[in-house]
Write a protein that binds this ligand. Structure first.
Ligand SMILES: [Zn+2]
Length: 175
């Protein structure tokens, strides 16, 4: 049983792993071995259809923006794409993607080197994906998990980016 598959069943799956799964995590044989299947799972840090992602989709529907989901043909498989305006949107978990100066971007107290190298790879991969998307002519919006706490602010931000063309869609829906 991997940490990931346990975690994906929980609704709080988007954030940092729970205390049980990492911090007081009992050492088993699999912790020390690099199982390729396990590392492949660990590499898929982004969750599909997370609660913040569903919130963002709700905002976009409210703004009458048509969008697509998880377009695999694009670098990094953006969570949401707005093809008409060539916007790619990533909704990043603050822990996994290392939101700077964010209280959610903690580092587990055990296996520090493991986590640090994992985080570095995640950040490097994100930067590569964003650069590749820009090269392909896409504009990129990164929304952090913690920003989804303030839906009004997030709605205004998305409206500014996505609704400047169509002024009829400017009406900002309230919750
Ligand atoms: Zn954050």
């Amino acid at each position: 049983m991997s940490i990931i598959s346990k975690r994906t069943r929980k609704s709080t799956s988007f954030g940092a792993p729970s205390k049980q799964s990492t911090i007081s995590h009992r050492k088993t044989k699999s912790d020390d071995l690099v199982d390729p299947r396990r590392s492949a799972l660990m590499a898929r840090v982004r969750q599909r259809n997370s609660a913040p992602e569903l919130e963002v989709r709700r905002i976009l529907r409210g703004l009458n923006v048509s969008f697509g989901l998880h377009r695999k043909s694009l670098p990094g498989t953006p969570d949401i794409t707005v093809p008409k305006l060539r916007y790619a949107i990533f909704i990043h978990g603050c822990f996994w993607h290392r939101h700077e100066n964010c209280s959610k971007a903690t580092t587990p107290k055990t296996r520090v080197a493991f986590w640090q190298s994992k985080f570095e790879r995640n950040v490097a991969r994100d930067a590569r994906n964003i650069a590749s998307l820009r090269k392909l002519g896409w504009k990129v919006i990164v929304i952090w998990e913690c920003e989804c706490r303030s839906m009004d602010k997030l709605t205004r931000r998305l409206a500014r980016c996505l609704c400047s063309v169509d002024s009829s869609a400017r009406k900002i829906p309230m919750r």
